[in-house]
Design a binder for this molecule. Structure first.
Ligand code: ADP
Ligand code: MG
Length: 601
């Protein structure tokens, strides 16, 4: 048997191996090229793609450029202008430092590099065949990447649908634009300008407000709470925006965390956000956040992940506590009259002007909250009830009827309503408190499920179609499911590349607001896609989202008849003791417990 022979890999192959880690999909190319442009001090970055990046990707900037004698070096492996010593590795102030991106891209695609360095009279270009030649170009750098993965066709097979790849590109740019408000970003897709996000100036709110609105949608920016926390002596600060407890989403995809300007995924820090909210948001729902964490460069190791999307902290526990405390503090101010929502402070800069095509059809209803509201629960509603709040049955006749109702039904007879939110009912065992909104939600969910089981959910056409603006990729995803959604009572049609028209809603939802519903659905689809749920889980998820948007909200006065009606419906609805989010809908107050409260027992 012949022994295996060890041989040095050819450069091209070594680069392809590196590309395997760094260049996973078109969005990775965009990310690396935009990072280089930012490192070069660009003020305007223009990104072009065709066929979701598989046709070509070009990134052009007005940064400092590359002198002609260094152009060939830029394409060599481990060649970088950003670090020179080991010590530098622990004080990284740039996005790049590995000197791997350009050679990796060039090993799997046809890369043309054109650059005119500051002070140079002439631009130069390296062609995919390695020819260096003069070129016409004003200032900065343009890198064009064509035929991505032509050299490693197997990679193409791992790509997701066009829409998913397009969304990944958008995601990358969204994060970059959020972290770099002083830079103008333009995105051209298949020849059409999709985004133009002009540089913003001014104080924190003026700077970020319009980008938040443009990129994360008006729902978030209208309600977002500014967060500022600092530990000056340690050089650590956290700034950004978080959602109030009433605004939440189906996934944590809308939590953006930047560490020294770099978007990172860090489970532990995301957990700090989640824990900071504790139980002020419903179980299974996620807050929205855009947070910029700044800390000394030597406190964070960015050299742990080839694509640099993960980092390691010298003192992770400490940061966890810092973020947790900052969130709690910001939320603690929520109920205080001093908190001013972002939206009211950014009036001079409407969304339409902040971003070209996202600013297309805007309807007033799109500006309400994203999803179901969680009523603030006072410490002990029973003891806080005033005579007006506790609407007691006030004549003997009704009391007699009540006695009979109490004896015959587990949830008894309604006595009154507390805080326009909870129904107090007397039962054979004592009393119950019912969260009317949660109960309604559960009932509607079960009815939707039953209707669907019988073939299709009844729908109610809208008098006027509701136009809901959405990122192009989301609109397209949603439309691919439109026939399924129609069976669930929701009728949507294409309106424009960046908006859908809702023409009918499930009849059970009443006058629900279509825009927040649609946005939550988009979230659902994202999560379902990533977690391979079964068809059944998918269905339950969508119907549960529908139910969450029914128009019978908390904080509505109900008559005794309506309350009793609701109690009877709960009794006959399967699984009605908790709402779709797992919160209880009914709390028992047995006589025995009441007696303990009054120290009779
Ligand atoms: P890294 O960014 O890790 O240094 P890259 O392979 O991404 O490695 O880039 C190699 C080098 O090419 C960079 O260090 C930089 O000097 C130069 N370069 C790449 N893109 C640009 C750009 N857009 N503007 C100016 N210089 C650039
Ligand atoms: Mg780089």
């Amino acid at each position: 048997m012949s022994l295996p022979v060890i041989a040095r890999l050819p450069d091209a192959l070594a680069n392809q191996i590196a590309a395997g880690e760094v260049i996973e999909r078109p969005a990775s190319v965009v990310k690396e090229l935009v990072e280089n442009a930012l490192d070069a001090g660009a003020r305007h970055i223009r990104i072009e793609t065709s066929a979701q990046g598989l046709g070509h990707i070009a990134v052009q900037d007005d940064g400092h450029g590359i002198p002609p004698d260094q152009l060939p070096l830029a394409l060599e492996r481990h060649a970088t202008s950003k670090i020179t010593t080991t010590a530098d590795l622990f004080h990284i102030h740039t996005f790049g430092f590995r000197g791997e991106a350009l050679p990796s891209i060039a090993s799997v695609a046809r890369l043309t590099l054109t650059s005119r360095a500051t002070g140079s009279e002439q631009a130069w270009q390296i062609t995919p065949d390695g020819i260096l030649q003069p070129a016409a170009f004003s200032q900065g750098t343009r890198i064009e990447v064509a035929d991505l993965f032509y050299a490693t066709p197997a990679r193409r097979k791992f790509l997701k649908s066009d829409r998913t790849e397009q969304r990944a590109v958008h995601d990358v740019l969204l994060k970059m634009a959020l972290a770099h408000p002083a830079v103008t970003f333009t995105l051209i897709e298949d020849g059409a300008e999709v985004w133009h996000i002009p540089a913003a100036q001014g104080d924190f709110l003026q700077t970020y407000g319009p980008r938040l609105a443009a990129l994360l949608g008006p729902d978030f920016s209208h309600a977002a709470l500014p967060l500022h926390a600092e530990r000056t002596e340690e050089g650590i600060s956290l700034h950004g925006f978080i959602s109030p407890p009433t605004v939440h989403a189906a996934t944590n995809r809308q939590q953006y965390l930047f560490v020294n300007g770099r978007p990172v995924k860090d489970r532990s820090l995301l957990a700090a956000i989640k824990q900071g909210y504790g139980d002020v948001i419903p179980h299974g729902r996620h807050p929205l956040a855009v947070l910029f964490l700044t800390l000394p460069a030597d406190e964070v190791d960015v050299n742990v992940h080839p694509a640099k999307s993960e980092v390691r902290f010298r003192n992770g526990n400490h940061l966890f506590g810092f973020i947790y405390a900052a969130i709690r503090q910001t939320l603690a101010g929520t109920s205080a009259a001093t908190t001013v929502p972002v939206a009211s402070q950014i009036t001079p800069n409407p969304i339409g002007s902040a971003l070209g095509s996202f600013g297309s059809p805007q309807i007033p209803s799109a500006t309400s909250q994203i999803t179901c509201t969680t009523p603030q629960i006072p410490p002990n509603p029973l003891f806080q009830a005033t005579p007006q709040q506790l609407r007691k049955a006030d004549n003997g006749e009704i009391n007699e009827i009540n006695q009979h109702v109490i004896d015959d039904h587990p949830l008894g007879a309604a006595v009154g309503q507390i805080g326009n939110t909870y129904i107090l009912a007397e039962t054979p065992q004592g009393a119950v408190l019912v969260d009317q909104h949660a109960a309604h939600e559960r009932i509607i969910y079960q009815r939707l499920k039953a209707q669907f089981g019988q073939g299709r959910v009844a729908s109610q056409p809208l008098l006027l179609p509701a136009i809901v603006p959405l990122p192009a990729a989301d609109a397209a995803t949603l439309l691919t499911y439109c026939s399924d959604l129609e069976k669930m009572g929701l009728v949507i049609e294409s309106y424009s590349p960046t908006a859908v028209a809702v023409t009918a809603l499930p009849a059970l939802l009443g006058e629900a607001n279509p825009a927040p519903l649609i946005r939550d659905l988009v979230e659902d689809f994202q999560e379902v896609k990533s977690s391979r749920n079964t068809l059944n889980q998918w269905l339950e998820r969508v119907l549960s989202t529908f139910a969450c948007h029914h128009s019978i909200r908390a904080h509505r006065r109900l008559s005794l008849n309506e309350m009793n009606d609701l109690l009877r419906q709960i009794e006959t609805t399967p699984d009605c003791l908790t709402c779709n989010h797992g919160r209880p809908t009914v709390v028992q107050l047995p006589l025995l417990e009441l007696e303990k409260l009054f120290e009779r027992k």
